[in-house]
Design a protein around this ligand. Structure first.
Ligand SMILES: Cc1cc2nc3c(=O)[nH]c(=O)nc-3n(C[C@H](O)[C@H](O)[C@H](O)COP(=O)(O)OP(=O)(O)OC[C@H]3O[C@@H](n4cnc5c(N)ncnc54)[C@H](O)[C@@H]3O)c2cc1C
Length: 290
């Protein structure tokens, strides 16, 4: 395996602290660029290597194997720029904390969006990749374009609704790095700070606290994944240090030094029981990295 020619490369880098599950072994190499130029250079070099690669934002939607990752992991947390372009448009780099975008751009300007994006952990790049959101809307709804570094160099993808859907999108492959997005927001008549505070409060009442990835499964076309799992009697079900949250059955918590296998075991059990009882095949929202 080639040694990366960058002073921001870290050998045998622990990945568990880089995820909200706090699970996972080491990356053979982590690349942690400090700006867009370094990120483009790192991505270009990484794609030329024969070994595997992975892009990581803030690790709020990934479950990484205890064996670690036997390749290169590009971590975007150094890409933190936000630039106001005028006319309610903003260029936002992929490593910006989504909550910073909400608190520092959407809320003070009273733009539509606090209802959709409040309380979702992670980076803007991760939110674009996952099309993260809530019943009130999702990240790609607010995007005008995205700049990607990938096999074709740096390209700009114009956004339109045909390119994304519920928790998915079709413009960014696992080989592409989301460098930045241009957001265009709409002014709102509602007090977005009040909306922000309401949703933060609601999450603190309805969502369990602790190490997790949020919802493990996407909601199927009919029904809610959490309700289906609860109806199978799996709330509170334990395996090793992992537990199906007694508060919200679509959350599997790392309660007590859970291993990758503990969590994957519960994921498999939930899928099996829901399949047997309802004939529905649950799909993981969490990205499982082995
Ligand atoms: C408590 C909790 C609550 C949550 N609530 C919600 C919710 O309400 N709605 C919701 O949609 N999600 C929710 N999530 C899931 C998660 O926060 C989102 O999916 C988030 O957008 C992931 O961002 P990230 O930066 O952490 O991505 P990561 O977990 O680091 O990565 C997720 C995926 O995105 C890719 N990726 C990340 N950054 C980039 C980039 N710059 N370029 C290319 N690919 C990239 C990764 O390769 C990976 O496949 C929740 C999670 C937790 C822990």
């Amino acid at each position: 395996m080639n040694t990366p020619p960058f002073d921001f490369a870290v050998q045998d880098c622990p990945l568990a602290p880089a995820t909200l599950y706090k699970v996972g072994g080491n990356a053979r190499w982590a690349l942690v660029p400090r700006d867009a130029a370094e990120a483009i250079a790192a991505c270009t070099w990484m794609l030329e290597q024969a070994d595997r690669h992975l892009i990581l934002g803030r690790g709020s939607n990934v479950l990484i194997s205890d064996e670690g990752f036997p390749g290169y992991v590009l971590i975007t947390t150094g890409l933190t720029g936000i630039e106001a372009l005028g006319d309610d448009r903003y260029r936002v780099e992929g490593g910006v904390d989504l909550d910073v975008l909400v608190r520092e751009v959407i809320v003070p300007n009273d733009y539509h969006g606090a209802g959709a994006l409040t309380g979702i952990p992670g980076s803007v790049g991760g939110a674009i990749y996952m099309n993260a959101g809530t019943v009130n809307g999702a990240t790609c709804d607010f995007l005008e374009s995205v700049d990607l570094a990938g096999p074709n160099g740096v390209v700009t993808a114009a956004m339109d609704p045909s390119k994304y859907a519920y928790r998915s999108q079709a413009f960014c492959t696992p080989d592409d790095l989301i460098l930045q997005g241009v957001f265009r927001f709409e002014p709102s008549d509602e007090d977005q700070l009040a909306i922000y505070n309401r949703y933060i409060e609601r999450r603190s009442q309805k969502q369990p606290r602790g190490d997790c990835c949020g919802s493990v499964f996407k909601n199927p076309e009919s029904g809610h994944a959490g309700q289906l799992i609860e109806a199978c009697g799996l709330k509170g079900k334990r395996r090793g240090g992992a537990v199906v949250s007694p508060m919200h059955a679509n959350f599997i918590m790392n309660e007590d030094n859970a291993t990758f296998e503990d969590i994957v075991g519960l994921i498999g059990l939930c899928k099996q029981r829901v399949r047997e009882q309802f004939g529905i095949e649950l799909q993981e929202e969490v990205r499982i990295v082995t």
